[in-house]
Design a protein around this ligand. Structure first.
Ligand code: HEC
Length: 115
């Protein structure tokens, strides 16, 4: 019941386009985040097995001004970050995880729901 409601909520949230009109699907993004084990390094609300502490916790990422202290937090910049973090911050500990464009858009849509 609660899970059904949550899925409805993220799906509804994903219908609002990203800040510059590129949309992704938050429910698919949540699944992609679980599949890619982002939680090995991050604590992420509502994600199974969450608790890593290598990178910053991603709660309230939807309200953060900057991504990695470097890029303004827009949908397009989040996609850019997720696809290749070292291309943005050369010595970052977050590796290039081989995330494709669609997955990155979906993940960005999910992260934007974290407020
Ligand atoms: C090996 C550890 C590691 C993995 C795996 C990892 N990250 Fe990160 N991530 C980091 C680190 C470290 C930072 C901080 C980067 C910096 O500021 O240079 C970071 C930063 C971020 C940020 C920016 C946070 C902020 O406060 O600005 C986001 C968003 C993010 N990661 C999402 C993800 C997602 C989604 C995944 C899975 C696809 C993932 N990360 C996988 C280590 C990781």
């Amino acid at each position: 019941m609660t899970a059904t409601f949550f899925l409805f909520w993220v799906t509804a949230a994903s219908c609002q386009d990203g800040r510059n009109g590129e949309s992704g699907n938050a429910a698919r993004g949540k699944a992609a985040i679980e599949r890619h084990a982002c939680t090995a390094c991050h604590a992420i609300p509502n994600i199974r097995g969450s608790g890593g502490n290598v990178g910053p916790p991603l709660g309230r990422m939807g309200e953060r001004s900057y991504i990695a202290g470097e890029l303004p937090n827009t949908q397009a910049n989040m996609v850019r970050w997720l696809r290749n973090p070292p291309a943005v911050v050369p010595h970052t500990a977050m590796p290039n995880l081989g995330i494709d464009e669609t997955e990155a858009k979906d993940m960005a849509a999910f992260l934007a729901t974290l407020k």
